[in-house]
Design a protein around this ligand. Structure first.
Ligand code: FAD
Length: 426
C-alpha cells in the first residue's frame, strides 16, 4: 500500500515551527529535524510581526498568546547619536489602525516558544539533536540520513534551515546543485536582549541613525531588546564570517558613547545585557528554491538586512503559500504526488513568492544603506525631505497598500477577517 504523504522539515527555527503549525492544521503528516538539543533556547533578536503576520497567527489561534509576549511598542522615536529627539510618531498604532491587526515585537525566544507550544500534541514530531548528513530523493520519496546514522523518510524535504542552509547546498543525484547568488554582506549587527531598563519610557521603539550606524531599541517592564547595525569596512563573504571572543566587548567599547535612547548609551546597555550575538547580515537569494522533492522556505531561500524587520514576515508568507499548495495537492492527487506534480507546485510557489520577497530584500537593502550613508545629502533626503514630502503616516499607508495588504491567509482554515482602513487584497 502507498505510504501517506509526509513532509520532512529541516530546522525548528521560526519558519520550520510555523510551517509545522500550518501542516498540523491541514492534517498533513510531518517531522521536524533540529540540530540543536532544544527548540526553545535563549537566542536571537527581537522580531517585529507586521499585521499580515499577526493575521496568520490569528488564523492559527495564536494571536492572543503572541500579544501577551510582545514588548508592547506603540510609537517610534528617532534620536540623533547625541540622544536628542528628532521625531516621534505613533507608527505602530497607525499600522494597526490601517490593517485591523496589531504589530507585535517578540524576542525570538518568545516567538519560538509560542510556535512550539502551538503545536500541542504534534510537538512529539520534532526530533532534536538531529543534524542532517545526506538527502536521497528519487521518484518514490525522500530519505534523510542524520549524523547519528538514523534515517527519516517522507514525500518531500522542506529546508527551513536558515541562512547557512545545508539543504540549499544539497546536490541531487543528477549533480545539479542549488545555485545561490553569492551571499555577500556589507553590514554586521550586534543584537540581543537585556533586563528591563528602569527609568526609560515604555512603549517606544527608539531608532538612531548616523554615518555607518543604525541602532534600534525598546524596553518593556520585563525585557529590553536591541539591534545595533554597523557598516563593515570591507564587503565580506560567507567564508570569512567568524568572530573572536573579544569581538563583542570591542563593539561595545567602540560605540559606547552612542546614545540609543535619550540619556541612555550603548555602554549603559552593556551592563543590562542578558544575551548578545554579533553576526554578519548576509544579503542574497537562491536562484532555485526547489529541486525534485526538495524545496526551500524562509532564510534558506532569501536573506535580507533585518533593519526593516521583514525577514520572518516574508518567510511566514512563503510558508502560507507552500502550505496552501500542499493542502491542495494532497487532497487532489494520490497520497504521494509524482516529482512532475511537485515540480509544478514548487515552481509556482517560487514564482509567486520570489518577486515579492526579493523586492522586500531590496527595499531593506536601500533603507540600511541610506540610513548609514556617510553622504550628508542622502541623510538629509531620507531624514528630512522624504518625511516632509510624505510624512510617516503616509509612508505607512503606502507600505500597507503596496505590500502588507497583499498578505495571504491559510485557505484550509475557515476564518473571519478583521478589517482596518486599508482593505485586504487576498
Ligand atoms: C538583528 C536581527 C533582527 C531581526 N528582526 C526581524 C524582525 O523584526 N522581523 C522579521 O520578520 N525578521 C527579523 N529578523 C529575521 C529573522 O530573525 C529571520 O528571518 C528568521 O529567524 C528566519 O527564520 P528561519 O527559521 O528561516 O531560520 P533560522 O532562524 O536561522 O532557523 C533555522 C533553524 O534550522 C536549524 N538548522 C540549521 N541547519 C540545520 C541542519 N543541518 N539540520 C537540522 N537543523 C538545522 C537551526 O538550528 C535553526 O533552529 C531579524 C534578524 C536579525 C539577525
Amino acid at each position: 500500500m502507498e505510504k501517506p504523504f509526509r513532509a520532512v522539515i529541516i530546522g525548528a527555527g521560526p519558519t520550520g515551527l510555523a510551517l509545522g503549525n500550518m501542516l498540523a492544521a491541514a492534517h498533513i503528516d510531518f517531522v521536524i529535524l533540529e540540530r540543536h538539543d532544544r527548540v526553545v533556547t535563549e537566542s536571537g533578536a527581537c522580531i517585529m510581526l507586521w499585521p499580515h503576520s499577526t493575521r496568520v497567527l490569528d488564523q492559527l489561534g495564536l494571536l492572543d498568546a503572541a500579544a501577551a509576549e510582545s514588548l508592547g511598542l506603540h510609537s517610534k522615536v528617532t534620536i540623533d547619536p547625541l540622544g536628542r529627539q528628532q521625531s516621534e510618531y505613533p507608527t505602530f498604532q497607525w499600522i494597526g489602525e490601517n490593517h485591523g491587526y496589531p504589530t507585535l515585537h517578540l524576542p525570538r525566544t518568545r516567538l519560538t516558544k509560542l510556535l512550539y507550544e502551538g503545536l500541542g500534541e504534534h510537538r512529539s514530531k520534532i526530533k532534536v539533536s538531529s543534524s542532517i548528513s545526506a538527502i536521497d530523493a528519487n521518484e518514490d520519496g525522500v530519505c534523510v540520513t542524520l549524523s547519528d546514522g538514523s534515517m527519516e523518510t517522507g514525500s518531500i524535504v522542506i529546508g527551513c534551515d536558515g541562512v547557512h542552509s545545508h539543504v540549499r547546498e544539497y546536490t541531487k543525484a543528477d549533480g545539479v546543485p542549488f545555485e545561490a547568488s553569492p551571499q555577500v554582506t556589507q553590514f554586521e549587527c550586534l543584537f540581543g536582549t537585556a533586563s528591563s531598563i528602569p527609568g526609560l519610557q515604555r512603549g517606544i521603539f527608539w531608532e538612531s541613525h548616523s554615518p555607518g550606524m543604525v541602532t534600534q531599541f525598546g524596553t518593556s517592564d520585563k525585557i529590553a531588546a536591541f539591534s545595533l547595525f554597523r557598516t563593515l569596512e570591507e564587503t565580506a563573504t560567507e567564508e570569512n564570517r567568524s568572530y573572536d571572543t573579544d569581538s563583542v566587548p570591542r563593539f561595545f567599547k567602540e560605540h559606547g558613547e552612542n546614545f540609543i535612547a535619550p540619556g541612555f548609551q550603548v555602554r549603559d546597555l552593556q551592563k543590562h545585557c542578558t544575551w548578545t550575538r554579533l553576526a554578519r547580515q548576509p544579503e542574497g537569494s537562491a536562484k532555485l528554491w526547489y529541486h525534485g522533492r526538495i524545496v526551500l522556505c524562509g532564510e534558506s531561500a532569501v536573506q535580507m538586512s533585518s533593519v526593516m524587520g521583514m525577514g520572518f514576515n516574508a518567510a511566514l508568507q512563503s510558508a502560507v503559500c507552500l502550505a496552501n499548495s500542499l493542502y491542495e495537492v494532497t487532497r487532489q492527487t494520490s497520497p504521494n504526488p509524482t516529482v512532475e506534480v511537485l515540480t509544478g507546485i514548487f515552481g509556482d510557489y517560487q514564482q509567486r513568492r520570489e518577486t515579492e520577497t526579493v523586492e522586500i530584500k531590496d527595499v531593506s537593502a536601500n533603507y540600511i544603506r541610506a540610513m548609514t550613508s556617510s553622504s550628508w545629502l542622502t541623510m538629509m533626503v531620507i531624514k528630512y525631505l522624504l518625511p516632509w514630502l510624505w510624512g510617516e503616516k503616509s509612508m505607512m499607508k503606502k507600505l500597507g497598500t503596496e505590500s502588507i495588504s497583499h498578505g495571504r491567509t491559510l485557505s484550509f482554515i475557515p476564518y473571519q477577517d478583521k478589517h482596518g482602513l486599508i482593505p485586504w487584497r487576498s
